[in-house]
Design a protein around this ligand. Sequence first.
Ligand code: HEM
Length: 447
Amino acid sequence: MQGKGSAAIHRYHKKHGLSAVRVGPNEVSLPADPEVLKEVYGPTFLKSRHYDAFKIAGHAPIFGERSREAHAARVKRILPWMSKANVLQIGEPIIQEKVSKLCSRFDALIQEGSAAVDVLKSFRCFAVDSISAFTLPEGWNTLDEEDLDSPMGTVIDVINTSAPTAFFSLRFHAWYDHVKQKLRSLLDSEGLAREGDAFGRLDAFADKSYEQSLKDNGSDVVTSFRQCTNADGEPLTKQQIKTEIEDLLFAGTDSSATTLSTIAFHVCRSKSIQERLLSELREVMPHRDSHVTLKTLEKLPYLTAAIREGLRVAQPVPRRLPRVVPPGGWTYERTGQYLPEGAIVGVAAYELHRSSPFADPESFLPERWLGDNTSLVQMTAAFAAFGRGSRMCIGQNFAMAELYLATAYLFRRFAGEVITPKEIVYLDNFNASIKGGSVTLRLRVVN
Ligand code: HEM
């Protein structure tokens, strides 16, 4: 079932309608019912032990922290940094600079009218450079490297392939990982060395960021983490802060890159989408080198619709996000199904993004977001790309800024057509990853 779990469970949900479906001895998948989200993703349903799979060196970073109190104490210090106001003031100029670098890289490739570009790899570099420059004393600057196949790309691939086993098969993953490692050391020593090198570079980067932040004592996320405590109420150690840095880089890279690749793929595949987007962009960017602000772009209806549709289709975190039923148990009111305390429940974006408000859900249709107000309200209620409730994505303001600025600058400057793949297939390795690991477009500069 590796990488296809959500599709398999979706078939059961289709068969059983609005019932909860049992997917493990103590675990159920809830159907695409927006009514249930407020409760299950509210403060009393804590993250399940599945999230221990995200511990690094024994420390649970914000993403994997299961204790309500420990999570609240840490996230309180980090949230101001991720606020919309801070994204506009500090984040936007950084993203503008990274998009401009990305466009220059594509310009340089286009020698004889057009060029084939692997946008997935390029967007990973763009995303890791952007989030690192925004949160850390210095950015990673992988867009400056000759080869855009950055070490972060390898780290992401390794995490993506091991995450489903670690996250969803807790009982077996230690055994499975052991056997897998043994086999790989026999069969693929070169691959292992490359992965080791990639993880080593990530660790060295986190180390450098920590030391630099100590020296500067300035304003960055590392400084905020230094004021945080761990689950024991002690100040975070250097190793724990490095874990938080690595976790932010992972959380903030592939989800944005997968969404941008999805948008770019569908824009390039459809002449009418591409023309409509370009014509709207020309209104605020008369020339392909024109500067435009995030605030202006956020007012563009078609661009906004294409980004929402990209998030819906890419569903970068597709699987159910598991939560524990609190003391006293819980009844799923719609069907009367009772779940005892300690049972694990969750709703998947995969279900929600294919539910009834989205007609023809497998198609990329930005215009669905431009319909009447009633359908917009229903679609918004079933939209969960950034999760829901008290553990919703803290990076969403930054991610949305990346999506607006990158989509606008790229498609004001370049026209494209898809070379490969024919269709994007998503593997739901906790984060969705794109099967084949590349999205290659033929790009040319437009007027
Ligand atoms: C398109 C881009 C993104 C998508 C679709 C996305 C999606 C999500 C989702 C669904 C969750 C909830 C997971 C759960 O409940 O288990 C989440 C949490 C989180 N995301 Fe994102 N994310 C994106 C970008 C980012 C960025 C740029 C950052 C940068 C730092 C980030 C950092 C985090 C963190 C730290 C959490 C854990 C929050 C908590 O538990 O309080 N994400 N994200």
